[in-house]
Design a protein around this ligand. Structure first.
Ligand code: HEC
Ligand code: HEC
Length: 369
């Protein structure tokens, strides 16, 4: 009897980590064939994600900038790395990053495994010269050695960054959160789950605001991102009028061997080139990845440069056609989908209220990790 219960329990758990049992409103998490989810690997990744020893001053872990209590961000305009050095960009949430088709604001990494290799060796993040110090810490830590042996069947000397990145990515794929008031209203059929104001805000989001054209909502699930890149006007605060010149200087430096990851996080002007830095396609100057809006109420400030402090500011920005003030000049690089919206004050408030309905009730599920 006991045995049977145990067996059923183990079976249910393996279902949870491999597929199915997604929170309401989310599709199944895509899992790469060469990195299947296991509880043990997730726990190992969790530990690595929180380990501050993988940085030059021993004080910066992934969780420094992606903190559970702050919706897996740092709630700062731009992140602060080792020795207090600041980068150029706002830390996006790790919540639901499992669904992103590309990683980083400019999509320069293809998957979570590749992404996790970058922060420790970025000069304004972890600040390490290379990955060797990380492997040294791990090989010297008996608990890690035992855990890597159990998860990947490797001995201490054979542990590589590939194993480290796989474990971190597995942890990140477990950090998914849906089941918001919106999900219960829209997919769960709970008519009371959203307030009347939020329901009207959903209507503004879909119709007059046209937000849904990029922050997508599908029949059975919503990621609130089209996983594409658009210039909505944020970047031009920094390089307005000198876009072409900045692009040319960057290409020259890139040909001379400058590391793109370092360049975008250390030069404010290069950062503003957005997707162009990756594709070198001139139409993508200042284009950034559409953010998910899930849990957006927890992850202020907003945009790739953290320049908008509140959701009210964001709505004003869109209402002005992607400008701080409607008297600011329009840039030729801006997406055609961004135009003044003529929303009333009431509609603006409704839109903000709707975005506040996108918070998952179970974020504390990750507490203590
Ligand atoms: C010093 C702060 C800092 C540290 C440390 C840090 N990150 Fe980040 N993280 C950021 C910033 C800033 C970005 C956006 C950078 C960009 O887009 O160019 C980012 C982006 C990401 C993304 C992309 C999310 C998306 O939607 O595209 C993921 C995933 C992520 N970080 C995970 C990690 C992991 C894993 C670690 C530890 C190995 C880590 N981060 C360490 C600040 C940090
Ligand atoms: C043309 C596509 C497009 C449309 C339309 C659009 N957005 Fe966005 N949204 C984006 C992109 C791209 C970003 C990231 C831009 C950046 O940082 O430069 C973004 C960022 C945001 C952010 C900040 C996310 C974060 O984590 O910092 C919020 C909030 C937001 N949009 C809400 C809205 C609302 C509300 C509307 C409708 C009024 C809307 N968006 C319409 C593409 C769009």
């Amino acid at each position: 009897m006991n045995c049977r219960i145990l067996f059923v329990g183990a079976f249910a758990m393996s279902l949870w980590v491999s597929a199915g049992a997604e929170p309401l409103g989310l599709p199944p998490v895509p899992i790469p064939a060469d990195n299947p989810q296991t509880e043990e690997k997730i726990a190992l990744g969790d530990r690595l994600f929180h380990d501050t020893r993988f940085s030059a001053d021993g004080e910066v872990s992934c969780a420094t900038c992606h903190e559970q209590a702050k919706g897996f961000t740092d709630n700062l305009p731009v992140s602060v790395g080792f020795n207090g050095l600041t980068g150029t960009r706002n830390a996006p949430t790790v919540l639901n990053s499992a669904y992103m088709k590309t990683l980083f604001w400019d999509g320069r990494e293809a998957d979570l495994e590749g992404q996790s290799m970058q922060p420790p060796i970025n000069p304004v993040e972890g600040g390490l010269p290379n990955h060797a110090p990380i492997l040294a810490v791990i090989r010297d830590d008996n608990e890690y050695v035992a855990e890597f042996a159990s998860v990947f069947a490797v001995d201490a000397a054979s542990i590589t960054m590939t194993h480290v990145s796989k474990a971190i990515a597995s942890f990140e794929r477990s950090v998914v959160a849906g089941n918001s008031s919106f999900d219960r209203y829209y997919y769960g059929g709970e008519v009371e789950a959203m307030t009347a104001e939020q329901i009207r805000g959903l209507d503004v989001f879909i119709n007059k605001g046209r937000c849904v054209s990029c922050h997508t909502i599908e029949q059975t699930q919503a990621l609130f991102t089209d996983n594409r890149f658009h210039n909505i006007g944020v970047g031009f605060k920094q390089i307005r009028g000198k876009e072409q010149e900045t692009a040319e200087q960057f290409i020259k430096a890139k040909r001379e061997g400058v590391d793109v990851d370092v360049a975008v996080l250390t030069s404010r002007n290069v950062s503003e080139l957005g997707r162009f830095a990756v594709t070198e396609n001139i139409t993508e100057v200042g284009a950034f990845k559409t953010s998910t809006l899930r849990n957006i109420d927890k992850t202020a400030p907003y945009m790739h440069d953290g320049s908008l402090a509140t959701l009210e500011d964001v709505v004003d920005f869109y209402n002005n056609g992607g400008r701080d003030k409607d008297t600011d000049p329009l840039s030729g690089f801006q997406s055609g989908g961004i135009r003044p919206l003529n929303l009333s004050d009431t509609e603006k408030q409704q839109l903000v209220a709707f975005m506040q309905a996108l918070t998952s009730p179970d974020l504390e599920r990750f507490t203590g990790r």
